[in-house]
Design a protein around this ligand. Structure first.
Ligand code: APR
Ligand code: PHB
Length: 394
């Protein structure tokens, strides 16, 4: 078996692993990123596309904000629709003028991969799956991966688990110290990417009695739309016509012009749940991003949370490796869990407020009371706006 050595071995080339690798490289920390999928796959995987204010600043400071600033869409508000009314949450007034940026996760991923491979020449191996992580309780951990060139063992001072949901790294924390918190929802999202011009220039979250709907976009030619559906919904039961009809009904066609339809380029069903693994560090293993926590997509916190972890992790690893000072690393898990649980709470709040439950009229009345409170009480609207715009940096 081939063997190599680095300072930090990073498992997974999603936003968490790529930003971590990039920032460590800028600090002179040698690292290797291993990704089990192909480059093409990770560059085209459809995911959420809303970046918080503080996270866009982080990307710009890291030197990967140029295309995001040019092509990303700055939004200064969102719209909430319920009981046939449309209400704007104005970030200029309620969130100190800060904006969110609508920019697809796969675009962030493309920018980072391009920079790493074309300019930095730092190690990033695709089609390289990590099969085992050993020695995290010692000072000499290593990972074993299957690469296109055969098996590879990488020795490192630290292993960073950025391998997303159900990754191998999260399971490497011994069961005795690991705690897992989970909530599953009785619905899922059917999402489409369609070639159509956005008719509204901000996101619309709609709570309709037939179910949830979300209007989002990727560019002046592409819309991203979602419908709340049953968790076991069969995609084959949804013709294009049925999808567009349901979207028009739930979004309240007519309130802001006709819903522009167009060819559906991609479609899929996403489960909705919360997961948090504690702690985010054990010995020489650190977890970041979806490897450690999942949020339901209402509120678009997933990628922001992944990058917020990395923002805490980089100085901690640098201090440990350069000065042998592990204080920040010792605090890493607790520091992250504050923003993790804040984002879990906000995503849960948004999810529970916007998805009607056909079997629970009490719950439905509570949801409507909550929505009315948002639009009638400024402190409540302000709290929603601040969390929407910057929960991971509060
Ligand atoms: N070996 C190598 N790579 C792996 C392994 C493994 N054993 N297991 C998983 N991976 C890779 C996956 O193929 C994926 O590309 O790890 C990567 C994890 O990336 P993401 O799933 O994008 O997770 P993360 O970087 O934490 O970003 C979180 O992703 O799911 C969205 O909503 C979420 O926006 C959030 C973001
Ligand atoms: C998206 O554009 O994909 C998106 C936007 C807002 C969300 C979730 C997803 O809450």
């Amino acid at each position: 078996m081939r063997e190599v050595r680095t300072q930090v071995v990073i498992v997974g080339a999603g936003p968490a692993g790529l930003v971590l690798g990039h920032l460590l490289h800028l600090q002179g920390v040698d690292n290797i990123v291993l990704e089990r999928r192909t480059r093409d796959y990770v560059e085209h995987r459809q995911r959420a596309g809303v970046l918080e204010y503080g996270i866009t600043e982080m990307l710009a400071e890291a030197g990967v904000g140029e295309r995001m600033r040019r092509e990303g869409l700055a939004h200064h508000g969102i719209q909430l629709r319920f009981e046939n009314g449309a209400h704007r949450i104005n970030f200029l007034e309620l969130a100190d003028g800060r904006a969110i940026t609508v920019y697809g996760q796969q675009e962030v991923v493309k920018d980072l991969i391009g920079l790493r491979l074309n300019f930095h020449g730092a190690a990033l191996h695709f089609e390289s799956e990590v099969r085992a992580i050993e020695g995290i309780d010692t000072e000499r951990p290593f990972v074993d991966a299957n690469t296109p060139e055969g098996p590879l063992r990488i020795h490192a001072a630290y292993v960073a688990g950025c391998d997303g949901t159900h990754g191998v790294t999260g399971q490497s924390v011994p069961a005795l110290v690991r705690r897992r918190f989970e909530r599953v929802y009785p619905f899922a999202w059917l999402g489409i990417l369609a070639q159509a011009a956005p008719v509204n220039d901000e996101l619309i979250y709609s709570r309709h009695e037939r179910g949830f709907a979300l209007y989002s976009m990727r560019s002046p030619e592409l819309v991203r739309l979602y419908l709340g559906v049953a968790p076991d919904e069969n995609l084959a039961d949804w013709s294009d016509e049925r999808i567009w009809d349901e979207l028009a009904t739930r979004l309240g066609e007519g309130a802001h012009g006709q819903l522009q339809t167009g060819p559906i380029l991609e479609r899929g069903i996403t489960a909705m749940r919360n997961i948090v693994l504690e702690p985010l560090r054990h010995g020489r293993l650190v977890l970041a991003g979806d490897a450690a926590h999942i949020v339901p997509p209402t509120g678009a916190k997933g990628m922001n949370l992944a990058l917020a972890d990395v923002r805490v992790l980089v100085p901690a690893l640098v201090a440990a490796l350069r000065e042998n000072d592990t204080r920040l690393l010792d605090a890493y898990s607790d520091t992250c869990l504050r923003h993790v649980w804040r984002a879990e709470e906000f995503s849960t709040y948004m999810t529970q407020m916007l998805h009607p439950n056909p079997h629970d009229e009490f719950e439905n009345r509570v949801q409507l009371a909550r929505l009315r409170q948002v639009v009638e009480s400024e402190p409540t609207a302000r709290a929603l706006a601040r969390h929407y715009v910057d929960a991971c940096s509060l």
